[in-house]
Ligand binder design. Structure first.
Ligand SMILES: C[S@@+](CC[C@H](N)C(=O)[O-])C[C@H]1O[C@@H](n2cnc3c(N)ncnc32)[C@H](O)[C@@H]1O
Length: 357
């Protein structure tokens, strides 16, 4: 290990001196250390200028435009409430909120209120700019993660939130479960028994083979329930990397590291300097939402969701009116969201409904 210089590195070295540190604890520190965490810096060498990664929002406004229509349909289904709140957890730069607020029209736009919930300081600065016109008119506001969420009618929304929660890789070695840890000599797999994750993995699929494994996100139920409990009536909608539990198990567990547009599994390197993510277990998230009382819980690829919910024919007609560069940009945005092998196939959209009443 190189000599520790930052408070984050010093903390990790102090933990290592006491014994192996589970990968999930390293991920928690790497992303959320109060001073040096990737998502807790005032400024940082990270993603949003296209440095480490990009999200669907960097590709253009079409995801926000499709979501605005989906949210309007939810507003209609709830019999047009006077106030329809969209709470976005993990809202980052606020670009999705901006695109939705820009796209909303008519009486729906008058009812729409947007709440940005994310303590990421650098992203919040960007969100203050992106949301400025809506902050001024009171149609958007910020909420701290520590603030209790008042019950609301509308939608709980997130994009790439759950993949940013600390997750622990597990692997079945043929006789026992092993978890990935960081030691003074680098990463290792250590046999360990943790009944809840083991029981969940073993309940999925048709039997576990040696080498199978997945990532277990401890915080998933707490965060998902916090959001669903506050949603008195309306739509839960989340967009993220991931798959159903049996597919993730067969694929094997890993954490992904994004650094300068390259992706690898070296989560223990340059801690705090890189983005770390884990696939979301959509089977587990669905079951948590159903336990919280949501109905119609279902997930599908982003590409299928866009083709089902976006008004493609109307868009195509509108785009004919645009100048060539703007038309090409929209076409590219649509292809990224729908073509095989692109973002639309790697991401899933999960929806659930609370009828209220
Ligand atoms: C991968 S970024 C996604 C940002 C944005 N949604 C986008 O698509 O560009 C994940 C964000 O989730 C935030 N986050 C993590 N845990 C959170 C929580 N419990 N509540 C709200 N935000 C959270 C992080 O601060 C970070 O900004």
């Amino acid at each position: 290990m190189p000599r520790a210089t930052t408070p984050l590195e010093i903390e990790i070295q102090a933990r290592l001196a006491m014994g192996p540190v589970p990968a999930a604890d390293v991920m928690a520190l790497a992303l959320y250390h109060p001073r040096d965490g990737y998502y807790r810096r005032d400024t940082g060498p990270w993603g949003f200028e296209g440095k480490d990664y990009y999200t669907a929002l960097d590709l253009g406004p079409l995801l926000g435009e499709a979501l605005a229509l989906r949210l309007e349909a939810a507003w209609e289904r709830l019999a047009r409430p006077a106030e329809f709140t969209v709470l976005e957890a993990g809202a980052g730069r606020g670009w999705l909120g901006r695109d939705i607020l820009h796209a909303a029209a008519g009486p729906f736009a008058e009812s729409l209120r947007y709440i940005h919930r994310d303590d990421n300081p650098a992203a919040k600065k960007a969100a203050e700019m992106a949301l400025e016109p809506f902050l001024i008119t009171g149609r958007a506001r910020f909420m701290k993660e520590s603030e209790a969420i008042e019950p609301f009618v509308g939608a709980a929304l997130s994009n790439e939130l759950f993949d940013a929660l600390p997750a622990q890789p597990w692997r079945w070695d043929g006789a026992a479960w092993a978890r990935e840890v960081l030691t003074q000599d680098g990463p290792k797999w250590h046999a360990h028994h943790e009944p809840r994750s083991a029981a969940w993995f073993e309940s999925q699929g048709d039997g576990i083979e040696p080498g199978d494994g997945s990532a277990w996100c401890e915080a998933l139920p707490v965060l998902a329930s916090t959001l669903t409990q506050a949603l008195r009536a309306g739509l839960f909608i989340t967009i993220d990397y991931g798959d159903q539990a049996s597919h993730l198990l067969a694929k094997g567990a890993d954490l992904r590291r994004f650094k300068g547009h390259t992706v690898d599994g070296r989560w223990w390197e340059e801690v705090g300097e890189c983005d770390l993510t884990a696939d979301v277990d959509f089977t587990r998230l669905s079951s948590i939402l159903e336990t919280s009382g949501l109905t119609e819980v279902d997930h599908q690829s982003l590409s299928r969701w866009v083709r089902a919910h976006a008004p493609l024919a109307a868009w195509e007609a509108e785009w004919q009116e645009l100048e060539t560069p703007a038309r090409v940009q929209r076409m590219e945005n649509l292809l990224q969201l729908t073509m095989p092998g692109m973002m639309g196939e790697r991401f899933r959209v999960l929806e659930g409904w609370r009828a209220g009443g």
